[in-house]
Ligand binder design. Sequence first.
Ligand code: P1T
Length: 381
Amino acid sequence: MGFATDAIHAGQIPDPTTGAVMTPIYMTTTYAQEGLHEHKGYEYGRTHNFTRAAMEKNIAKLENGKFGIAFSSGVAAIQALLGLVKAGDHVIVSDNVYGGTYRLFEKIWTDYGIKFSWVDMSDVNNITDAISENTKLVYIETPTNPMLNITDIRSAAKIASDNKLVSIVDNTFMTPYFQRPLELGADIVVHSSTKYLNGHSDVIGGIVVTNNDKINERVRYIQNAAGAVPSPFDCWLIMRSTKTLHVRMKQHNENALVLANYLKNKEFVKKIFYPGLISHPQHELAKKQMFGFGGMLSIDLGDFKLTKHFLKSTKIFTLAESLGGVESLVCHPASMTHASLPPEERERIGITDSLVRLSVGIEDVDDLIEDIEQAILQLVK
Ligand code: P1T
């Protein structure tokens, strides 16, 4: 089946009780049992939920994976993956990841004896150099949030498997419509489904996808044992949303390309980061491993005062955390999404005080350009 057909149908069958075409929202905590050990395979809502299972199957299929395991947030999904390691183990991580991922690893898990090495994965040799005898995981975010750096997934996954390490790719920015890491050899894909998968900024969720039976068994066990499960209603909303994932992603990509090409020659833009531009240092790699460039782009305005005014002046681009919704958002990573990084670390990877991140929505792109123009005009007044 093609991607669009799977997006609309995978994991979903007409409801066995009524024939309802749309998977119902099974809002139930528990299930009646006919006698001891006599039940329909459903015992308790944290362990089993039909709506959740349908959504898990749907997204797993889109990632070309066998198993999907859903969580109540993206960080809960990432947290569950740390259940694959134990005290004394070592994890290699992209030096630029979502600030909450950094916080989870550095500020919580280091206290439990896990060691993290933060490496620039735009050169995969840095992964090889960081491997030690205790290394267990290679955690890749590509493109990275918010610098849009790209890691060669096929090469990184090969380095991981040659060294008996598990490779994980956070595929939140691209979604399976534009990038399918499992097809490139990665062991695990993780998502904040809060973002493009849900796409309407009304759900917090996460999901892990894998083809590996042992990883599935462990992560599924953690899903139930640690219990960070999503509500059936949220699962239903995400599944409603994945039906239009391909349509939305095409438009996000188209709008972001137009906007990036508009911004790249403007005097007020000191630097621009978008993998769809030829000027992006990894544009060729992006073309090779991605089927599009997505809707996220960052610009450096070179001056904090100007940046502050700009963030106050846009009207369609709403100043807010998060990304990937149909509506355009603007964000100041240094003080918002990446505030938990030490300032010198932020500076080192390019998250300056004048960096602005745009989540380009699917509004009329002319209106988006006009919005930026009027915001800049207010600055020079
Ligand atoms: O917010 P949550 O659903 O828990 O997802 C965490 C997460 C994981 N991975 C990536 C790449 C992310 O961007 C995020 C969340 N990011 C934001 C809230 C943000 O504004 O960047």
